[in-house]
Design a protein around this ligand. Structure first.
Ligand code: FAD
Length: 435
Protein backbone atom coordinates (compact mmCIF):
# COMPACT_ATOMS: atom_id res chain seq x y z
CA UNK A 1 0.00 0.00 0.00
CA UNK A 2 1.39 3.42 -0.95
CA UNK A 3 0.49 6.43 1.22
CA UNK A 4 0.27 10.00 -0.06
CA UNK A 5 2.04 11.02 3.15
CA UNK A 6 3.71 9.28 6.07
CA UNK A 7 4.20 11.35 9.22
CA UNK A 8 6.66 10.42 11.97
CA UNK A 9 5.54 11.86 15.32
CA UNK A 10 2.05 12.81 16.50
CA UNK A 11 2.74 16.02 18.47
CA UNK A 12 1.06 19.31 17.51
CA UNK A 13 3.04 19.23 14.24
CA UNK A 14 2.40 15.62 13.22
CA UNK A 15 -1.22 15.23 14.24
CA UNK A 16 -2.21 18.62 12.77
CA UNK A 17 -0.62 17.68 9.45
CA UNK A 18 -2.41 14.31 9.54
CA UNK A 19 -5.81 15.92 10.11
CA UNK A 20 -5.30 18.57 7.41
CA UNK A 21 -4.14 16.00 4.84
CA UNK A 22 -7.02 13.72 5.80
CA UNK A 23 -9.45 16.62 5.33
CA UNK A 24 -8.06 17.03 1.80
CA UNK A 25 -8.76 13.35 1.11
CA UNK A 26 -5.13 12.24 1.19
CA UNK A 27 -4.15 8.76 2.35
CA UNK A 28 -2.13 9.35 5.51
CA UNK A 29 -0.04 7.17 7.83
CA UNK A 30 0.70 8.66 11.29
CA UNK A 31 3.38 6.93 13.37
CA UNK A 32 3.83 7.46 17.11
CA UNK A 33 6.12 5.57 19.47
CA UNK A 34 4.74 7.01 22.71
CA UNK A 35 1.46 8.87 23.24
CA UNK A 36 -0.70 10.63 20.64
CA UNK A 37 -0.35 14.39 21.17
CA UNK A 38 3.42 14.38 21.71
CA UNK A 39 5.30 16.37 24.30
CA UNK A 40 2.85 19.26 24.28
CA UNK A 41 -0.38 17.50 25.15
CA UNK A 42 1.09 14.88 27.47
CA UNK A 43 4.17 16.30 29.18
CA UNK A 44 4.50 19.97 28.23
CA UNK A 45 2.06 22.77 27.41
CA UNK A 46 -1.12 21.18 28.71
CA UNK A 47 0.01 19.66 32.05
CA UNK A 48 2.22 22.66 32.85
CA UNK A 49 -0.64 25.05 32.28
CA UNK A 50 -2.94 22.85 34.37
CA UNK A 51 -0.43 23.02 37.24
CA UNK A 52 -0.10 26.79 36.83
CA UNK A 53 -3.91 27.18 36.91
CA UNK A 54 -4.02 25.16 40.11
CA UNK A 55 -1.25 27.23 41.72
CA UNK A 56 -2.81 30.54 40.67
CA UNK A 57 -6.28 29.56 41.90
CA UNK A 58 -4.94 28.57 45.30
CA UNK A 59 -2.65 31.58 45.56
CA UNK A 60 -5.27 34.17 44.66
CA UNK A 61 -7.97 32.61 46.79
CA UNK A 62 -5.63 32.50 49.78
CA UNK A 63 -4.53 36.09 49.21
CA UNK A 64 -8.03 37.52 48.77
CA UNK A 65 -9.00 39.60 51.84
CA UNK A 66 -11.79 37.81 53.72
CA UNK A 67 -11.00 34.35 52.29
CA UNK A 68 -10.27 31.52 54.67
CA UNK A 69 -6.75 30.47 53.65
CA UNK A 70 -6.68 27.11 55.43
CA UNK A 71 -7.34 24.52 52.76
CA UNK A 72 -5.13 21.63 51.72
CA UNK A 73 -4.03 20.27 48.39
CA UNK A 74 -3.92 16.57 47.61
CA UNK A 75 -1.56 16.62 44.60
CA UNK A 76 -1.98 12.88 44.07
CA UNK A 77 -5.72 13.27 43.50
CA UNK A 78 -5.08 16.25 41.27
CA UNK A 79 -2.66 14.15 39.17
CA UNK A 80 -5.42 11.58 38.61
CA UNK A 81 -7.71 14.36 37.42
CA UNK A 82 -4.93 15.77 35.21
CA UNK A 83 -4.34 12.49 33.41
CA UNK A 84 -8.09 12.02 32.90
CA UNK A 85 -8.19 15.46 31.32
CA UNK A 86 -5.14 14.71 29.12
CA UNK A 87 -6.59 11.36 28.05
CA UNK A 88 -9.80 13.11 27.07
CA UNK A 89 -7.82 15.52 24.93
CA UNK A 90 -5.54 12.94 23.29
CA UNK A 91 -8.30 10.43 22.63
CA UNK A 92 -10.25 13.30 21.03
CA UNK A 93 -7.29 13.95 18.73
CA UNK A 94 -7.02 10.24 17.88
CA UNK A 95 -10.75 10.02 17.09
CA UNK A 96 -10.52 13.12 14.92
CA UNK A 97 -7.55 11.70 12.98
CA UNK A 98 -9.41 8.44 12.39
CA UNK A 99 -12.58 10.27 11.33
CA UNK A 100 -10.54 11.78 8.47
CA UNK A 101 -9.23 8.37 7.48
CA UNK A 102 -5.77 8.72 9.01
CA UNK A 103 -4.17 5.35 9.74
CA UNK A 104 -2.35 5.43 13.08
CA UNK A 105 0.47 2.99 13.74
CA UNK A 106 1.96 2.73 17.23
CA UNK A 107 5.72 2.09 17.25
CA UNK A 108 9.05 3.60 16.29
CA UNK A 109 9.25 4.71 12.69
CA UNK A 110 12.52 3.89 10.98
CA UNK A 111 13.31 5.61 7.67
CA UNK A 112 14.67 3.18 5.07
CA UNK A 113 14.95 5.49 2.07
CA UNK A 114 13.12 8.48 0.60
CA UNK A 115 10.01 6.42 -0.18
CA UNK A 116 10.01 3.68 2.49
CA UNK A 117 9.94 3.32 6.24
CA UNK A 118 9.36 0.51 8.66
CA UNK A 119 7.60 0.12 11.98
CA UNK A 120 8.47 -3.14 13.76
CA UNK A 121 8.37 -5.77 11.00
CA UNK A 122 6.11 -3.89 8.58
CA UNK A 123 7.36 -1.75 5.68
CA UNK A 124 5.36 1.18 4.31
CA UNK A 125 5.73 3.05 1.04
CA UNK A 126 5.00 6.77 0.81
CA UNK A 127 4.95 9.60 -1.72
CA UNK A 128 5.77 12.32 0.83
CA UNK A 129 7.31 12.17 4.29
CA UNK A 130 6.79 14.64 7.15
CA UNK A 131 9.36 14.46 9.94
CA UNK A 132 7.69 15.75 13.12
CA UNK A 133 9.79 14.03 15.76
CA UNK A 134 9.95 16.99 18.18
CA UNK A 135 12.63 17.60 20.78
CA UNK A 136 14.05 16.30 24.07
CA UNK A 137 15.50 18.03 27.12
CA UNK A 138 19.21 18.85 27.04
CA UNK A 139 21.11 16.81 29.64
CA UNK A 140 24.32 17.75 31.44
CA UNK A 141 27.06 15.26 32.31
CA UNK A 142 27.68 14.96 36.02
CA UNK A 143 24.19 16.04 36.99
CA UNK A 144 22.72 12.75 38.11
CA UNK A 145 19.07 11.78 38.43
CA UNK A 146 17.45 15.19 38.31
CA UNK A 147 13.86 15.62 37.21
CA UNK A 148 13.02 16.77 33.70
CA UNK A 149 9.70 18.26 32.59
CA UNK A 150 7.93 14.89 32.45
CA UNK A 151 8.83 13.89 35.99
CA UNK A 152 8.26 17.23 37.67
CA UNK A 153 4.82 17.52 36.13
CA UNK A 154 3.99 14.08 37.56
CA UNK A 155 5.05 14.72 41.17
CA UNK A 156 2.62 13.29 43.68
CA UNK A 157 3.70 15.69 46.43
CA UNK A 158 4.76 19.32 46.50
CA UNK A 159 8.51 19.31 47.27
CA UNK A 160 9.53 21.32 50.34
CA UNK A 161 12.74 22.60 48.67
CA UNK A 162 13.01 22.72 44.88
CA UNK A 163 16.12 23.75 42.95
CA UNK A 164 15.62 24.58 39.29
CA UNK A 165 18.65 24.60 37.01
CA UNK A 166 17.81 26.94 34.13
CA UNK A 167 16.00 30.28 34.19
CA UNK A 168 14.29 29.98 30.81
CA UNK A 169 10.53 30.02 30.40
CA UNK A 170 9.94 26.43 31.55
CA UNK A 171 12.03 26.90 34.72
CA UNK A 172 10.45 30.22 35.64
CA UNK A 173 6.86 29.15 34.88
CA UNK A 174 7.19 26.00 36.97
CA UNK A 175 9.27 27.69 39.67
CA UNK A 176 6.59 30.29 40.21
CA UNK A 177 3.85 27.67 40.27
CA UNK A 178 5.62 25.49 42.85
CA UNK A 179 6.41 28.54 44.98
CA UNK A 180 2.68 29.30 45.06
CA UNK A 181 1.97 25.70 46.04
CA UNK A 182 4.35 26.10 49.00
CA UNK A 183 7.83 25.02 47.81
CA UNK A 184 10.92 26.97 48.71
CA UNK A 185 12.23 27.49 45.17
CA UNK A 186 15.73 28.48 44.03
CA UNK A 187 16.53 29.02 40.35
CA UNK A 188 20.16 28.78 39.20
CA UNK A 189 20.89 30.49 35.87
CA UNK A 190 24.25 30.55 34.11
CA UNK A 191 23.59 33.87 32.30
CA UNK A 192 23.32 37.22 34.06
CA UNK A 193 19.53 37.32 33.79
CA UNK A 194 16.48 35.08 33.58
CA UNK A 195 14.12 34.83 30.57
CA UNK A 196 16.80 36.12 28.24
CA UNK A 197 14.64 35.86 25.10
CA UNK A 198 12.23 38.58 26.31
CA UNK A 199 12.68 42.36 26.54
CA UNK A 200 14.07 43.15 30.05
CA UNK A 201 11.30 45.75 30.59
CA UNK A 202 8.70 43.00 30.21
CA UNK A 203 10.56 40.70 32.60
CA UNK A 204 10.83 43.26 35.43
CA UNK A 205 7.30 42.63 36.83
CA UNK A 206 8.07 38.90 36.83
CA UNK A 207 11.25 39.47 38.84
CA UNK A 208 9.20 41.51 41.29
CA UNK A 209 6.60 38.75 41.65
CA UNK A 210 9.33 36.11 42.09
CA UNK A 211 10.75 38.24 44.91
CA UNK A 212 7.31 38.51 46.55
CA UNK A 213 7.10 34.72 46.41
CA UNK A 214 10.58 34.37 47.97
CA UNK A 215 11.94 32.55 44.92
CA UNK A 216 15.75 32.68 45.06
CA UNK A 217 17.31 33.68 41.73
CA UNK A 218 21.02 32.96 41.43
CA UNK A 219 22.12 34.40 38.07
CA UNK A 220 25.68 34.21 36.64
CA UNK A 221 25.95 30.92 38.49
CA UNK A 222 26.72 27.48 37.12
CA UNK A 223 25.98 24.15 38.72
CA UNK A 224 29.12 22.04 39.07
CA UNK A 225 27.49 18.81 40.19
CA UNK A 226 24.38 17.36 41.73
CA UNK A 227 24.51 14.43 44.14
CA UNK A 228 21.68 12.48 45.64
CA UNK A 229 21.81 10.58 48.86
CA UNK A 230 18.38 10.93 50.40
CA UNK A 231 18.22 14.65 49.68
CA UNK A 232 19.94 16.39 46.79
CA UNK A 233 23.12 18.47 47.14
CA UNK A 234 23.54 20.97 44.34
CA UNK A 235 27.06 22.32 44.19
CA UNK A 236 27.61 25.64 42.43
CA UNK A 237 30.84 26.77 40.81
CA UNK A 238 31.34 29.33 43.56
CA UNK A 239 31.42 26.47 46.08
CA UNK A 240 27.96 27.14 47.52
CA UNK A 241 25.88 24.01 48.19
CA UNK A 242 22.10 24.07 47.93
CA UNK A 243 20.10 21.30 49.61
CA UNK A 244 16.91 20.22 47.89
CA UNK A 245 14.18 17.58 47.93
CA UNK A 246 13.81 17.77 44.15
CA UNK A 247 15.94 19.19 41.36
CA UNK A 248 14.55 20.17 37.97
CA UNK A 249 17.00 20.42 35.08
CA UNK A 250 15.65 22.59 32.29
CA UNK A 251 18.45 24.15 30.28
CA UNK A 252 16.97 23.92 26.81
CA UNK A 253 15.74 21.33 24.33
CA UNK A 254 17.41 19.71 21.35
CA UNK A 255 15.68 18.47 18.21
CA UNK A 256 15.18 14.69 17.83
CA UNK A 257 17.19 13.88 14.70
CA UNK A 258 18.87 10.58 15.57
CA UNK A 259 17.79 6.98 16.11
CA UNK A 260 15.22 6.73 13.30
CA UNK A 261 17.28 6.47 10.11
CA UNK A 262 17.20 10.17 9.21
CA UNK A 263 20.87 10.00 8.25
CA UNK A 264 19.91 7.69 5.34
CA UNK A 265 18.27 10.68 3.65
CA UNK A 266 21.43 12.78 3.92
CA UNK A 267 19.38 15.94 4.43
CA UNK A 268 20.96 19.36 4.79
CA UNK A 269 20.99 20.47 8.41
CA UNK A 270 20.85 23.91 9.99
CA UNK A 271 22.90 23.47 13.16
CA UNK A 272 21.06 20.80 15.18
CA UNK A 273 17.82 21.29 13.21
CA UNK A 274 16.67 19.90 9.88
CA UNK A 275 17.01 22.66 7.31
CA UNK A 276 13.81 23.58 5.51
CA UNK A 277 12.77 26.24 3.03
CA UNK A 278 9.71 28.46 3.52
CA UNK A 279 7.49 25.64 2.19
CA UNK A 280 8.78 23.47 5.11
CA UNK A 281 10.47 21.31 2.47
CA UNK A 282 13.86 19.81 3.30
CA UNK A 283 16.69 19.39 0.80
CA UNK A 284 14.71 16.43 -0.62
CA UNK A 285 11.58 17.68 -2.43
CA UNK A 286 9.23 14.98 -1.07
CA UNK A 287 10.46 15.24 2.54
CA UNK A 288 9.15 17.93 4.90
CA UNK A 289 10.18 18.77 8.48
CA UNK A 290 7.92 20.69 10.89
CA UNK A 291 7.74 21.83 14.51
CA UNK A 292 10.60 21.59 17.01
CA UNK A 293 12.77 19.47 14.71
CA UNK A 294 12.67 22.16 12.02
CA UNK A 295 13.99 25.15 13.97
CA UNK A 296 13.20 27.87 16.45
CA UNK A 297 10.97 28.90 18.02
CA UNK A 298 10.24 25.53 19.59
CA UNK A 299 6.58 26.25 20.31
CA UNK A 300 3.43 24.25 19.77
CA UNK A 301 1.66 26.94 17.75
CA UNK A 302 4.71 27.13 15.44
CA UNK A 303 4.37 23.36 14.94
CA UNK A 304 0.64 23.71 14.11
CA UNK A 305 1.43 26.50 11.65
CA UNK A 306 4.27 24.58 9.97
CA UNK A 307 1.94 21.58 9.69
CA UNK A 308 -0.66 23.54 7.76
CA UNK A 309 1.93 24.94 5.37
CA UNK A 310 3.57 21.54 4.73
CA UNK A 311 0.14 19.90 4.19
CA UNK A 312 -0.95 22.62 1.77
CA UNK A 313 2.21 22.08 -0.26
CA UNK A 314 1.74 18.31 -0.31
CA UNK A 315 -1.76 19.00 -1.67
CA UNK A 316 -0.28 21.04 -4.51
CA UNK A 317 -0.87 24.55 -3.13
CA UNK A 318 1.95 27.07 -2.97
CA UNK A 319 2.07 27.89 0.72
CA UNK A 320 4.93 29.55 2.64
CA UNK A 321 5.58 30.33 6.30
CA UNK A 322 5.80 33.89 7.58
CA UNK A 323 6.68 34.10 11.28
CA UNK A 324 6.38 37.93 11.47
CA UNK A 325 3.42 37.85 13.81
CA UNK A 326 4.52 34.82 15.87
CA UNK A 327 3.24 35.19 19.43
CA UNK A 328 5.54 34.31 22.35
CA UNK A 329 4.01 33.68 25.77
CA UNK A 330 5.51 33.11 29.20
CA UNK A 331 2.84 31.72 31.54
CA UNK A 332 4.08 33.45 34.65
CA UNK A 333 2.07 35.69 36.95
CA UNK A 334 1.41 38.10 35.36
CA UNK A 335 1.63 36.43 31.97
CA UNK A 336 4.06 37.94 29.47
CA UNK A 337 3.14 37.86 25.78
CA UNK A 338 4.74 39.61 22.84
CA UNK A 339 4.64 39.56 19.07
CA UNK A 340 6.12 41.32 16.04
CA UNK A 341 8.87 43.89 16.44
CA UNK A 342 9.52 47.37 17.82
CA UNK A 343 9.48 50.40 15.51
CA UNK A 344 9.56 54.18 15.85
CA UNK A 345 6.63 54.51 18.29
CA UNK A 346 5.94 52.55 21.45
CA UNK A 347 3.11 53.13 23.89
CA UNK A 348 2.87 51.84 27.44
CA UNK A 349 -0.40 51.57 29.34
CA UNK A 350 -0.23 50.35 32.97
CA UNK A 351 -2.58 47.54 33.95
CA UNK A 352 -2.98 49.31 37.31
CA UNK A 353 -5.26 51.71 35.38
CA UNK A 354 -7.44 48.82 34.15
CA UNK A 355 -10.62 48.05 36.08
CA UNK A 356 -10.68 44.32 35.37
CA UNK A 357 -7.10 43.87 36.62
CA UNK A 358 -8.16 45.59 39.85
CA UNK A 359 -11.09 43.18 40.28
CA UNK A 360 -8.58 40.32 40.06
CA UNK A 361 -6.35 41.91 42.71
CA UNK A 362 -3.58 41.61 40.11
CA UNK A 363 -2.40 44.94 38.70
CA UNK A 364 1.27 44.31 38.03
CA UNK A 365 2.08 44.85 34.34
CA UNK A 366 1.56 46.96 31.23
CA UNK A 367 0.36 46.85 27.63
CA UNK A 368 2.52 48.11 24.76
CA UNK A 369 1.83 48.75 21.09
CA UNK A 370 4.68 49.25 18.64
CA UNK A 371 3.94 51.19 15.45
CA UNK A 372 5.80 52.66 12.50
CA UNK A 373 5.80 56.33 11.48
CA UNK A 374 2.47 55.89 9.67
CA UNK A 375 0.81 54.39 12.76
CA UNK A 376 0.81 50.85 11.33
CA UNK A 377 1.12 48.26 14.10
CA UNK A 378 4.42 46.35 13.90
CA UNK A 379 4.14 44.50 17.19
CA UNK A 380 3.21 44.73 20.82
CA UNK A 381 3.44 43.20 24.24
CA UNK A 382 1.10 42.48 27.12
CA UNK A 383 2.18 41.84 30.69
CA UNK A 384 -1.08 41.18 32.50
CA UNK A 385 -3.45 38.44 33.60
CA UNK A 386 -4.59 36.57 30.47
CA UNK A 387 -1.90 38.17 28.30
CA UNK A 388 -1.83 34.84 26.45
CA UNK A 389 -5.42 35.44 25.33
CA UNK A 390 -4.87 39.10 24.49
CA UNK A 391 -1.80 38.91 22.29
CA UNK A 392 -3.71 37.46 19.31
CA UNK A 393 -5.41 40.81 18.71
CA UNK A 394 -1.99 42.40 18.25
CA UNK A 395 -0.74 39.47 16.12
CA UNK A 396 -3.82 39.92 13.91
CA UNK A 397 -3.03 43.63 13.58
CA UNK A 398 0.57 42.87 12.55
CA UNK A 399 -0.50 40.11 10.17
CA UNK A 400 -3.14 42.33 8.54
CA UNK A 401 -1.15 45.58 8.48
CA UNK A 402 -3.73 47.36 10.67
CA UNK A 403 -3.28 50.89 12.04
CA UNK A 404 -3.18 51.48 15.79
CA UNK A 405 -6.36 53.50 15.16
CA UNK A 406 -8.11 50.36 13.90
CA UNK A 407 -7.64 48.84 17.35
CA UNK A 408 -8.41 52.10 19.12
CA UNK A 409 -11.71 52.56 17.27
CA UNK A 410 -12.84 48.98 17.91
CA UNK A 411 -15.32 48.64 20.76
CA UNK A 412 -13.77 46.44 23.45
CA UNK A 413 -16.01 44.86 26.11
CA UNK A 414 -15.94 46.30 29.63
CA UNK A 415 -14.60 45.33 32.08
CA UNK A 416 -11.82 43.34 30.41
CA UNK A 417 -8.05 43.41 30.42
CA UNK A 418 -8.39 43.72 26.63
CA UNK A 419 -9.39 47.35 27.15
CA UNK A 420 -5.71 47.85 27.99
CA UNK A 421 -4.84 46.88 24.38
CA UNK A 422 -7.30 49.49 23.08
CA UNK A 423 -5.90 52.14 25.42
CA UNK A 424 -2.29 51.34 24.45
CA UNK A 425 -3.30 51.64 20.77
CA UNK A 426 -4.96 55.01 21.44
CA UNK A 427 -1.71 56.24 22.98
CA UNK A 428 0.00 55.83 19.59
CA UNK A 429 -2.14 58.54 17.96
CA UNK A 430 -3.79 60.42 20.82
CA UNK A 431 -4.72 59.91 24.43
CA UNK A 432 -6.01 56.88 26.28
CA UNK A 433 -9.22 57.39 28.25
CA UNK A 434 -8.01 56.10 31.59
CA UNK A 435 -4.43 57.36 31.86
P1 FAD B 1 6.50 16.89 19.95
O1 FAD B 1 5.33 17.44 20.65
O2 FAD B 1 7.78 16.73 20.70
O3 FAD B 1 6.06 15.48 19.35
C1 FAD B 1 6.97 14.63 18.71
C2 FAD B 1 6.42 13.22 18.77
O4 FAD B 1 7.19 12.40 17.92
C3 FAD B 1 6.52 12.60 20.17
O5 FAD B 1 5.27 12.13 20.57
C4 FAD B 1 7.51 11.44 19.99
O6 FAD B 1 7.20 10.31 20.79
C5 FAD B 1 7.32 11.12 18.50
N1 FAD B 1 8.47 10.46 17.88
C6 FAD B 1 9.75 10.89 17.86
N2 FAD B 1 10.51 10.04 17.13
C7 FAD B 1 9.68 9.05 16.69
C8 FAD B 1 9.88 7.89 15.90
N3 FAD B 1 11.07 7.58 15.37
N4 FAD B 1 8.80 7.11 15.66
C9 FAD B 1 7.58 7.41 16.15
N5 FAD B 1 7.36 8.49 16.91
C10 FAD B 1 8.39 9.32 17.17
N6 FAD B 1 4.87 25.36 23.62
C11 FAD B 1 3.92 26.30 23.52
O7 FAD B 1 3.64 26.78 22.42
N7 FAD B 1 3.22 26.74 24.62
C12 FAD B 1 3.49 26.26 25.86
O8 FAD B 1 2.85 26.66 26.83
C13 FAD B 1 4.51 25.28 26.00
N8 FAD B 1 4.78 24.77 27.21
C14 FAD B 1 5.73 23.80 27.32
C15 FAD B 1 6.01 23.31 28.57
C16 FAD B 1 6.97 22.32 28.74
C17 FAD B 1 7.25 21.80 30.11
C18 FAD B 1 7.64 21.81 27.59
C19 FAD B 1 8.66 20.72 27.73
C20 FAD B 1 7.37 22.29 26.33
C21 FAD B 1 6.41 23.30 26.17
N9 FAD B 1 6.12 23.85 24.92
C22 FAD B 1 5.17 24.84 24.83
C23 FAD B 1 6.81 23.41 23.71
C24 FAD B 1 5.95 22.41 22.94
O9 FAD B 1 5.69 21.30 23.76
C25 FAD B 1 6.66 21.97 21.67
O10 FAD B 1 7.03 23.10 20.93
C26 FAD B 1 5.75 21.09 20.82
O11 FAD B 1 5.39 19.94 21.52
C27 FAD B 1 6.44 20.72 19.51
O12 FAD B 1 5.60 19.90 18.77
P2 FAD B 1 6.18 18.83 17.75
O13 FAD B 1 5.01 18.25 17.05
O14 FAD B 1 7.26 19.44 16.94
O15 FAD B 1 6.90 17.72 18.65
Amino acid sequence: MRYDAAIIGSGPGGYAAAIRLGQHGRKVLLIEKDRIGGECLNYGCIPSKALIELANSMHYLKGMPGANPSFNLNLKEWQTWKWTMINRLTSGVETLCKSYGVEIVKGTGLILDEHHLSVSEATYEFENLIVATGSSPVKINGIDSPLYNREILDLQEVPRRLVIIGGGYIGIELGMAFAKLGSQVTVVEMLDKILTGADPDLVRPIERRLKELNVGILTSNRVRKVEKSGEYSVELENGEILKADQVLLTVGRRPNVTGFGLERLNLQMDGPFIKTDRHMRTSLPNVYAIGDVAGQPMLAHKAYYDAEVASDNICGMDSVVDYRAMPFVIYTDPEVAYTGKKSVSESSFPTAANGRSLTMNNTLGSVHIYADSKGIVTGGAVVAPHASELISEISLAVESGLMAMDIGLTIHPHPTVSEGVKEAAEMIYGKPLHF
